[in-house]
Design a protein around this ligand. Structure first.
Ligand code: UT7
Length: 331
């Protein structure tokens, strides 16, 4: 158990996914792929794609409004807004600041956190520590990505995998031992070349040359990420359970990062959790990066799959590489 003066609990959840649905049949017309390959290798049947005029803050704002309403919290009550994303509206200011303005959260600090697909888990872990240390009482965490804006739509090895979505949670102070029972975060930057966008930062600023070389698009060595992901997620699950003095028998629901149904199945098998205790929605959304876990959490709660007192285990991994977990007793 981490030594904090307070605890923090999730008091509201919300999500937003763009209206436009891109099916595997649509992709068959765009690149050399097939519905059969995509479903059998990934479990994805369709994904949501943001409209050209929609940016990160638009999706985040919609999810945030839903979470605030669910929690019965007014925007002015928030003391922090943290957005886990790698597809912010622009380099700076942060999307957190843009959302802060959209919400009218006049008393909140705001920033973004870059941990790729682990952005939501890292952000909750950070905000949990801020609340549990007594620094603040109410905050908003958003996991959001629009990878459709940075995938190479001519690269069949990546463009079939990703979708756009946002999920949000309101975190509020509570007694220690309630709500979030533990978090765990880790990284291994020596594996950065498995998943990255080469150009657009200070190492390789955007230029006519980088655009011609298509270096502003996401690149991934999928098999390398796959191998690492299963082991990392299993480890993150066990470590957060150990830190809270619980075991897998105590877990009512596993919410894994939705990157590939074969990864999800492999993790569930290693953890010996039956299918009915694992949340899967990758078939409808694809991999929405930082959006997957808060989106799945919100859907599971609204579908009545999470009851008061249930223990929910969330595990993730992503570019960096980064990985981590959250253990929650739902209140
Ligand atoms: O959120 C974290 C981000 N990343 C991930 O989680 C990704 C983790 N990795 C994966 O999910 C899988 O590795 C992929 C789904 C990306 C790929 O599955 P795989 O079973 O590892 O396939 P592969 O990369 O080994 O490719 C097998 C074959 C290749 O053809 P050859 O070289 O054997 O002739 C690919 O060119 O499948 C081909 N292929 C495709 N075929 C049809 C790759 N993409 C496609 C495609 N449609 N979209």
């Amino acid at each position: 158990m981490q030594t904090y003066v307070k605890g923090s609990k999730i008091t509201g959840t919300g999500h937003y996914a763009p209206e436009r649905i891109l099916t595997n049949a649509d992709l068959e017309k765009m690149v050399d792929t097939s519905d059969e390959w995509i479903v059998s290798r990934t479990g994805i049947r369709e994904r949501r794609i943001a409209a050209p005029e929609q940016a990160c803050s638009d999706l985040a704002h919609n999810a945030a409004r839903a979470a605030l309403e669910d929690a019965g919290v007014k925007a002015e009550e928030l003391e922090a807004i943290v957005v886990g994303t790698v597809t912010g509206d622009m380099q700076f200011p942060s999307t957190g600041c843009i959302v802060q303005s959209m919400l009218g959260a006049t008393n909140a600090a705001a920033f973004d956190l870059n941990a790729a697909c682990s952005g939501f888990v890292y952000s909750v872990s950070t905000v949990h520590a801020m609340i549990a240390s007594g620094q603040m009482k109410k905050a908003l965490v958003i996991g959001v990505d629009l990878l459709s804006k940075i995938v190479d739509w001519e690269d069949r090895t990546t463009c079939v995998l990703f979708g756009d979505a946002a999920g949000a949670v309101v975190l509020e102070a509570c007694d220690r031992g309630e709500g979030i029972l533990g978090t765990y975060t880790r990284s291994d930057g020596s594996l950065a070349e498995l998943l990255y966008v080469k150009a657009g930062g200070s190492r390789r600023p955007v230029s006519a040359e980088t655009v011609a070389e298509r270096e502003h698009f996401l690149r991934m060595k999928g098999d390398g990420v796959f191998k690492y992901a299963v082991r990392a997620m299993e480890d993150a699950a066990n470590r957060v359970l150990d830190s809270a003095g619980l075991t897998l028998n105590d877990v009512d629901l596993l919410i894994p990062h939705q990157a590939n149904i074969r990864i999800i199945d492999a993790v569930a098998k290693r953890l010996e959790l039956p299918k009915e205790r694992v949340v899967v929605n990758i078939d409808r959304y694809g991999n929405t990066s930082s959006g997957t876990i808060p989106l799945a959490l919100d859907e599971a709660i609204r579908a009545g799959r999470v009851n008061k007192g249930d223990v929910v285990l969330m595990v993730t991994f992503g570019g960096g590489l980064t990985w981590g977990s959250i253990l929650l007793r739902h209140t």
